[in-house]
Design a protein around this ligand. Structure first.
Ligand SMILES: [Zn+2]
Length: 80
């Protein structure tokens, strides 16, 4: 899941001087800077529960199902 970047409020850039300790009027450039938190995309990946975790869980479930089916097939092919 993506969420709006809290640093730039989803704009992808921040006002000039945002990352500097000195006032904006001391800068030679007043152009907005690319937001370093989101890299200018305006959104960040939620760190806690991403889609990758959900996919991984689903794959694990499917693997268990496949393993169970293989055991049942083996029992039919090779009866004890
Ligand atoms: Zn940002």
């Amino acid at each position: 899941m993506y969420q709006k970047c809290p640093v730039c409020d989803g704009r992808g850039n921040v006002s000039a001087g945002f990352y500097h300790a000195y006032p904006v009027n001391m800068l030679t450039s007043t152009c907005p800077e690319t937001c370093r938190t989101c890299g200018g995309s305006g959104v960040i990946l939620e760190p806690e529960v991403g889609t990758g975790d959900i996919v991984t869980k689903k794959v694990e479930e499917l693997r268990k199902d496949v393993d169970q089916l293989r055991k049942e097939i083996d029992q039919h092919i090779k009866p004890a």
